[in-house]
Design a protein around this ligand. Structure first.
Ligand SMILES: *Cc1c(COP(=O)(O)O)cnc(C)c1O
Length: 342
């Protein structure tokens, strides 16, 4: 079956984005965050392409995500660590838990303790053991591959907290006994070589997100939503469109009703604000985005039933138009799309 909507995924742009981030990471290795099914694109396809390009370190959130990707010759870190319920699968899979709490460290030790990663909290107060626990010997004798921390405000280039978090990490690095240190996500890479350490962990920028000014002009779009026109409808002046009739035609208009809605991740926030393209011509979304349908004003254009319309693939632009973060726009992409890699 072929679906009436699809994601065009630009594999060359994905790889180019990774290469650009790897260059900016200097001597540090550049990994890839592929949690949330590769930010909605499809983790297996993303990993295959990045691995081909030379990426060696992958980050997922959960063990289910790890199980889908694990291979003996692949480094996968599971960011949410090791709940008691994760032990059976964690002991089987070739993947490392990123231990976040004292209880998780204890649990991993008791399980026989292969290589693991450690998250240390340096000021975000999200996941991670405390620097004090590490200083007191929490990790002594444990085979720690990577000690990592996560920046709270990496996209704010001049935020004092970036510097402070880095300082805390540096202070505990040697005591942790870790083989590698890692701090930077996508925006963290743009903070400069002081933040790269041994390994960087970009996510959103691989997929075309531009989280900070320092990555503008560096990152190419990867994802384009396309949807098929189900009906071409003349709407005379004064006619109104969609739920609650929020759009009124100010001239005799032609509206294309396409197979795309908020259940596909095309957010309701694009109502009256989204942008689509017929060829190179930009056309506005009109009226409310419904669950499965969206209307576009195609007056004067040669587009009809069965034609395809592309939606704005510039994530910073789409995010500004909708007020929805670039991360949410990507990770919300639904299961009904055909995902077509080029
Ligand atoms: C998601 C995540 C990343 C990637 O962050 P981006 O902002 O998408 O680059 C890196 N590290 C950790 C711990 C994460 O949870």
């Amino acid at each position: 079956m072929n679906a009436p909507n699809r994601l065009r995924l630009d594999g060359a742009a994905l790889v180019e984005n990774w290469r650009a981030l790897a260059r900016m990471s200097g001597a540090a290795a550049c990994g890839a965050a592929v949690k949330a099914d590769g930010y909605g694109l499809g983790a297996a396809e993303v990993v295959a392409r990045l691995e081909q390009a030379g990426c060696r370190d992958f980050f997922v959130a959960t063990w289910a995500e790890a199980a889908a990707l694990a291979r003996d010759d692949r480094s996968i870190s599971v960011l949410h660590g090791l709940r008691a319920a994760d032990l059976p699968v964690a002991c089987q899979l070739p993947a490392r838990p990123v231990l976040n709490t004292v209880a998780q460290v204890q649990r991993w030790r008791e399980s026989g303790a292969g290589p693991c990663d450690i998250m240390v909290d340096t000021g975000m107060n999200r996941l991670g053991v405390s620097p004090d626990d590490i200083a007191a010997g929490l990790l002594d004798g444990l085979p720690v591959d990577t000690l990592m921390s996560h920046l709270a405000s990496a996209e704010e280039q001049d935020a004092r907290i970036n510097h402070d978090q880095r300082t805390v990490l540096v202070a505990i690095a040697v005591r942790s006994g870790a083989r590698r240190i890692s701090l930077a996500n996508s925006a963290g890479i743009a903070l400069g070589s002081d933040y790269a350490f041994d390994l960087t962990r970009p996510g959103v920028a691989l997929y075309g997100g531009v989280p900070c000014a320092g990555l503008a002009g560096v990152i190419r779009p990867v994802v384009t939503i396309e949807a098929e026109v189900l009906q071409r409808r003349p709407v005379p002046t004064g006619g109104r469109v969609g739920y609650n009739l929020t759009w009124t035609a100010e001239r005799d208009s032609i509206v294309a009703v396409v197979n795309l809605g908020y259940a596909d991740g095309y957010r309701r926030a694009f109502s009256g604000r989204g942008l689509a393209y017929v060829g190179d011509t930009a056309v506005p979304v009109v009226g409310r985005v419904s669950m499965d349908l969206t209307a576009v004003d195609v007056t004067g254009l040669d587009v009809g039933e069965g034609d395809w319309i592309a939606f704005d693939s510039d994530l910073p632009h789409a995010s500004a138009a909708s007020g929805v973060s670039q991360y949410e726009l990507l990770t919300g992409l639904g299961r009904r799309f055909d995902r077509i890699w080029a």
